[in-house]
Each structure stands twice: as C-alpha cells, then as structure tokens.
Design a protein around this ligand. Structure first.
Ligand code: NOJ
Length: 490
C-alpha cells in the first residue's frame, strides 16, 4: 500500500527551513531522487510524456538597457517617463537588467528544469526607427541569448510584439491607428524570422491584443495612453489583427522550413456557471462572441455578424483581402490565462449572459486577478472544440502575490502555490481528456516591470531585489521544480 507521506515530508522541509535548512528547500537539491519509490502521493495528476514546461518574460519588463547598442525609444519609454502614468513613476530603464544578466537568468531556468522559455524581441532594438535601417547590434543580443539557451538545453519560443512599439511609428503614423504600422510590423517579422529561425522554431506574432489595444487605445492606462472614439478604436483593433496576419505571411516567406507560427492571446475565457450541457453550449457561444474582434476573426477569417451589428456605423472598414490575410492559417494557438468569466445560458438572441463576480469573489494581489482555476480547463477546451485547433500552448499563467521576504530572506508564497496547484489540476484535467495542450509557460521567471503597476505587483518565481538585482527563488520555484521533475501536479 502506498503511504501518503510526501505532503508530510513537505511540511517537514518547511519546518526545517525555519532552523536553517532553507537552501535545501529552494536550492538545487535532487527532488526526485530524494523521494524513495512508494512515498509519492497519487499519480493521477500526471501529464503526458514530453509535455513542455516553461517560463515566460517580455523584453520591456525585464531587459533594461533602453539606450544601449542603438535601441530606439518605444511607446513604453515615453509613457513610463510621463509623470503619473505608472505607479511610483517607475520605468523599464533598468528593470531586471536582464540585458546584462541573461546568463544568470538562463542558469535560473536550468535549475528549475524548464524545457522551454518564452521571451519577446524588442522591435525598437531591431528597427530603432520602426522601419528602414535595421540595427544589427540589437539583434545580436537575441543571438547571444539563443546561444545561451541552446547550451542549457532550453527551447526558445519568441514573441515579436509584446507592446514595445517603436515611438517613431507612433509619432509618424499614429501607431496601430494606421495600417502602416501593420505593414511595418510584417517587415520586421520577416526580417527577424529570416535571421533567427535557424534556432527559433516557434514564433508568436503578437501578445495580448485584448490588453495592449484595449488599455492603450481605449482606456488609456497603457502606452500610448489614448482614449479613441469607437470608430477609430475599432479600426485600431482591425489594424492590430491585420498586423498579425501580414506577419504570419512574412514569416512563412522568410523563415526556415518547419518554423511554426501562432499568437499569444489573452482570450476571454468563458466558463459555464454549471457544468451542464446547456451552460457548456452557452459558454461556447460566448467564447466566439466575446473574442470576436481578435481571436475569432483570426481563426475564422471573418468578424461575427453580432460584432459588426453591435458596432454599426462604428464598424471597422476592411477589404476581403485583409480578412484573408488576418485569417492566414497558423500552426498553434497560445493563450494567456489568468482568470475566467462565468457564463450562463439565457433566452436572449445571443443565448448567453455573463454573470458578474460577486463582491466577495477572491482575487490575488492584483485586483483583476480573480481566482478561477477552471479557466485553465475551459480556455483550451473551448478553443479546441470551437475551432478544432490541434496544438495549443498556455503561453502565460501565474499570479501576483504580496511576496514579502521572511526574516530568513526567503519568500514563502504559499498563496501562489495554492493558485498554481489548483490551476494546473484543471489543466491536467483537460489534457487527460485529450484537449491538445502541448506546453505551459509560467508567468513569470522573475519579478519584473508590471506595466502601469510598475514594480508594485510581483509575478515571479524568483524574488528580485531591485536595489541589488539579486534573484532569490521563492517557495513557488521549489513547487514548480518538483512539478517539472515529476511531470505532474503535486
Ligand atoms: C499579461 C502580459 O502579457 C504580461 O506582460 C503581464 O505582465 C502579465 N499578463 C501579468 O499581468
């Protein structure tokens, strides 16, 4: 009979930490070897062999070195340097200084045991002016990073746009308000694909339309800080998905054969209020409609009738050729998942209603980050059942915690572990039912610049002391290392 002792062992380790064995808890101990056969907890939460465990970051959030080696300014440099836009008037000028410390950071990944790393390439490093003359020194940084990853046996997954638009394009054409930016993005995508696809086999075009377009061009709390009227705003949404589609075509034209291309979208994840057929069907209807402006048009090559009808005279102007470009076939879908919306069936023409979260609904340190582990089940399941997508990645999942170091200097983020354990259990549920999720990238490898929240919210597996740039693994790093080593939730 198996003895269920590993939880007790874990508690014992935590207890031991208080008397000075903390290195064993967070350091590079031998997690699996230390567990004698027969002392494991249930194996029922196992993932399939070859499941890709990874971590993620993005250029402006970690790199720093914003004026180095010919990098041009991005809209986030200008925005964060505008007083009052970011908490504490923080900027990404230094961030995690990853530009200089990437070797140390790859070593952190290696110690975790991750097999994949999702990072982003800063467009203004490669084309400081947005278009025109490339800056080879900018791309060199990514060559160095790729070589380091390769030496560590970690597969690179590169995102081309994680919100750092060259400011020159904002100034010249109004950024994503103009389809000139969509075309410029495709040129940049083709240029990078040609030069890096010998080592990068998976490319994400754009990260989170649902955040950078909505928050940057409608709500105004992200760069470039605009609050456009509906007509101009819907056109901006259209230009963004057009940029994705044109980039897919450019990557196909310039990348080495076998390069796979997709996107990383923070789709609205619709979870049924009750898991009964009528609400499950309503959640599928809601998934198509609530993602109509981004994921649906990309995967179907057309806007839904309801989206166009609701926009009325403010609907975007587009051609059939543009729709065909937007709907260019992709190889995989990446979904960033943090939180669900709950949906129920009703008798309205749409056939669904979103049920608002009650005031008591629990959330993590970020007030928007409601805890709904089933998002990691319903997100990929809906994508697979509605659009028959055969290759899905969870390109981000994770949470912010208060992360206050204890007297021994370590961060005991049991709330993050609770969050991850529950979300991963729901992911495992989907994968074991055949939902084709191939990998999971935990956000984030380390604490970093959290956009308008500056450095006030921490999402990392590693605590970063911004005064010294020291990285310290949190308890959640141990948790994730054990999950990876055992290939199952624990
Ligand atoms: C999504 C974004 O892609 C990432 O940049 C951000 O830090 C995390 N969510 C957490 O908010």
């Amino acid at each position: 009979m198996r003895r269920d002792v590993s939880r007790r062992d874990f508690a014992r380790v935590v207890g031991a930490t208080a008397v000075g064995a903390s290195a064993a808890l967070v350091g590079a101990s031998t997690p699996v070897a230390a567990q004698a056969a027969g002392t494991e907890t249930s194996r029922s939460l196992a993932f399939p062999d070859g499941f890709l465990w990874g971590t993620a970051t993005a250029a402006y959030q970690v790199e720093g070195a914003v004026t180095e080696d010919g990098r041009g300014p991005s809209i986030w440099d200008i925005f964060s340097h505008t007083p009052g836009k970011v908490a504490g008037n923080a900027t990404g000028d230094v961030a995690d200084d990853h530009y200089h410390r990437y070797k140390e950071d790859v070593a952190l990944m290696k110690a975790l045991g991750v097999k994949g790393y999702r990072f982003s390439i800063a467009w203004p490093r490669v084309f400081p002016d947005g278009t025109g003359a490339p800056n080879p020194k900018g791309l060199d940084f990514y060559n160095r990073l790729l070589d380091e990853l390769h030496a560590a046996g970690i597969e690179p997954y590169a995102t081309l746009y994680h919100w750092d638009l060259p400011q020159a394009l904002q100034d010249r054409v109004g950024g994503w308000e103009s389809s000139e930016t969509s075309k410029a993005f495709a040129e940049y995508a083709g240029y990078v694909a040609e030069r890096l696809s010998d080592r990068v086999k998976h490319i994400f075009t754009i990260n989170e339309f649902g955040a950078f377009v909505e928050l940057g061009y409608r709500v105004g709390v992200h760069a470039p800080g605009l609050t456009l009227a509906p007509k101009a705003f819907n056109q901006t949404r259209h230009n963004a998905v057009l940029g994705h589609g044109l980039a897919v075509q450019a990557i196909r034209a310039h990348a080495k054969p076998g390069t796979k291309v997709g996107l990383a979208e923070n789709m609205t994840v619709c979870a049924p209020v009750l898991e009964t057929p009528v609400h499950v069907a309503a959640a599928e209807r809601a998934t198509r409609e609530l993602n109509a402006q981004y994921l649906t048009v990309i995967l179907e090559g057309k806007y839904t009738e309801a989206y166009l009808a609701a926009a009325g005279a403010d609907a975007p102007v587009f051609t059939d050729a543009e729709l065909a470009a937007i709907g260019s076939p992709i190889d995989f879908v990446g979904i960033n998942i943090y939180t669900p919306v709950y949906v129920r069936a009703d008798d309205s023409p749409a056939g669904f209603t979103v049920v608002p979260h009650p005031a008591s609904f629990p959330h993590m340190a970020s007030p928007w980050l409601f805890v709904g582990p089933e998002a990691l089940y319903w997100g990929p399941r809906n994508v697979s059942s509605i659009w028959k997508v055969g290759e899905i990645y969870i390109t981000e999942n994770g949470c912010s915690s208060s992360d206050v170091p204890a007297a021994d200097g370590l961060v005991y983020d049991t709330d993050r572990i609770m969050y991850l354990r529950n979300y991963l259990s729901q992911l495992q549920r989907g994968v074991s039912e055949g939902v084709p999720v191939r990998g999971y990238f935990l956000w984030s490898l380390m604490d970093n610049f959290e956009w308008a929240d500056g450095y006030t919210n921490r999402f990392g597996l590693h605590y970063v002391d911004y005064a010294t740039q020291k990285r310290t693994p949190k308890l959640s790093a141990s948790f994730y290392r054990e999950v990876i080593a055992r290939n199952r939730v624990l």
